[in-house]
Write a protein that binds this ligand. Structure first.
Ligand code: HEC
Length: 505
């Protein structure tokens, strides 16, 4: 009797203690490693790099709070293969496992060119399938909706707002999907490093390859010949042909310093990929002009590393922010890609999310507008002299901003603000004034994308039992709502392929 009570008390104690403090009371690390091998390795891999279940490395868990990880281990995840362990493991063991998965794996797991090649799976021979859509809708007004809740993608007819198809994806897609120039194929990148090539016209998965163990995003060359991946783990950039066959890898290092890779984007008019390194102050340009495989990267030396970035409409400049760890001050800079050097600092406070910026004409000049991850502010910058035209106050820090050539309005979320995450703010691009707001009280509303003609704005009700909400882009009235499982992103094929000024590329 006494013993049972004691167990219950220690159990509650170790659950309520903070992670750091509990570490002192928890079983030893070797014990946790043994527990992992016994109970978790079969699905998450002996090296925690994932197999049937997702990778469980600190890089992979950046968006999962330890308390949630602990709950997942104890209670499992309904409707998935993740079992509940609270009946078979003690609270102290569950705590020890939670701590273990946030520790780096020692030695760091490797992922070599041989591993990449061995991971490739050919699912379908796309050359044997019809070269036209096997469904009836405008293939260019198609929306690809990423449903992060249960890891599916929905294809939506952008004229009727009806689902054409829904299919499962790899765990946690990351970065926007990218397309072949004819719009037939889409490439998805996943958090755990998988690239999946999918035939939109025949609704079939074509091929997959694992480019790394933790990946940021993928890009596809404007000529459709190359696919490239930016990895956090290992520190590498990996280039494939359009069939996802490995062509080359570049270790992301500068001298003795090794770096995570923040992002890679296609710079179509330059016929190159531009790569940002997170830990060393270099920007790389990998040219794919000409017939041969791309050559070694051209290295541009910077003062500060870039995180996400954005191109001006001519693709002459890369505009990016650094994201220092801890309390460091973020800086935003303009890099002239032709001259190969920084040419200006951007006068933006807080933490601009330039990767989600848009451009438009304001009083005869080209301006950039960018949301801010730290301040409730939209900075509007003149692209000819890099000066601030206006800072527009919004209800809170936001992540995404979108517009379209054919609408006078830009839409922005404030999803980083607990009290204002439930609204979208509509800004008139002609006056830079806030003109309207749409709300879903108590829920998270974010990520807007327009139809091909700019007449409708599609937003995400960013919840497990969420929805895609279609608004009339002129009246801001809801016209339709489709239930979806946490629709974390949606992408209009035409707007992406034409590199619409109102959306990220
Ligand atoms: C039978 C296979 C299986 C076993 C055994 C298993 N898991 Fe999982 N686990 C999964 C799957 C599949 C998921 C993804 C669930 C989903 O789709 O949300 C998952 C998800 C998780 C997540 C959430 C990851 C994230 O990114 O959100 C954690 C944490 C986790 N597992 C920890 C563990 C631990 C610790 C053990 C051992 C005590 C374990 N799992 C055993 C299959 C398994």
């Amino acid at each position: 009797m006494k013993r049972t009570l004691f167990t219950v008390v220690t159990a509650t104690l170790s659950l309520t203690l903070g992670l750091a403090q509990a570490a002192q009371d928890s079983p030893s690390a070797p014990h946790a490693t043994a527990l992992f091998q016994q109970h978790c390795a079969s699905c998450h891999g002996a090296q925690r790099t994932g197999s049937m279940g997702p990778a469980l490395l600190p890089e992979s868990l950046a968006r999962l709070r330890p308390a949630e990880a602990r709950k997942t281990i104890a209670e499992g995840r309904p409707a998935t293969q993740m079992p509940a362990f609270q009946a078979s493991l003690s609270p102290a063991d569950i705590q020890a496992l939670t701590e273990l998965i946030y520790q780096p794996m020692r030695p760091t797991p490797a992922w070599t060119e041989l591993d990449i090649q061995a991971s490739r799976v050919q699912h379908t021979d796309a050359r044997k399938l019809p070269n036209k859509p096997q469904w009836k809708a405008d293939p260019m007004n198609l929306f690809i909706v990423v449903e992060g809740g249960d890891h599916h993608v929905s294809l939506l007819d952008g004229d009727r707002f009806e689902r054409i198809h829904r299919f499962p994806t790899r765990y946690a897609l990351h970065g926007g999907p990218k397309f072949s120039p004819d719009g037939r194929f889409v490439y998805f990148g996943s958090r755990d490093g998988w690239i999946s090539k999918y035939d939109l016209w025949n609704l079939k998965l074509v091929a997959e390859v694992r480019a790394g163990l933790n990946m940021r995003n993928v890009a596809v060359s404007s000529d459709g010949r190359w696919v490239i991946a930016a990895n956090y783990l290992p520190h590498s950039v990996v280039l494939f042909d359009h069939d996802l066959k490995l062509v080359q890898t570049h270790a992301a290092r500068s001298g003795v310093e090794s770096s995570r890779v923040s992002a890679v984007y296609d710079a179509a008019p330059r016929q190159s990929f531009v790569v940002a390194l997170k830990d060393v102050p270099e920007l790389w340009e990998i040219s794919y002009a000409g017939k041969k495989a791309p050559a070694a990267p051209r290295r541009i030396q910077l003062e500060e590393p870039l995180d996400d970035f954005f191109f001006d409409p001519a693709y002459r400049h890369a505009l990016g922010a650094s994201r220092p760890q801890g309390d460091g001050q973020a800086t935003a800079q303009v890099v002239d890609l032709d001259a190969g050097r920084k040419v200006a600092n951007l006068p933006i406070a807080g933490m601009p999310h330039l990767g989600s910026g848009i451009t438009f004409d304001y009083q005869g000049r080209r301006v950039l507008a960018s949301p801010n991850l730290k301040d409730g502010a939209i900075d509007v910058i003149d692209l000819t002299n890099w000066q601030t035209v206006k800072t527009i106050a919004t209800p809170g820090p936001g992540f995404f901003m979108r517009s379209h050539e054919k609408t006078p309005y830009a839409w922005v979320d404030s999803m980083m603000a607990p009290k204002a995450k439930d609204r979208l703010t509509v800004i008139d691009k002609r006056t830079l004034q806030v003109v309207a707001e749409v709300r879903e009280p108590g829920k998270t509303l974010a990520h807007i994308e327009f139809t091909r003609d700019g007449q409708y704005a599609l937003a995400s009700l960013w919840e497990m039992d969420g929805a895609l909400i279609v608004y009339d882009a002129a009246t801001f009235k809801e016209v339709k709502r489709l239930p979806m499982s946490k629709p974390v992103g949606k992408y209009n094929l035409h707007n992406k392929l034409t590199r619409s000024e109102g959306t990220s590329h």
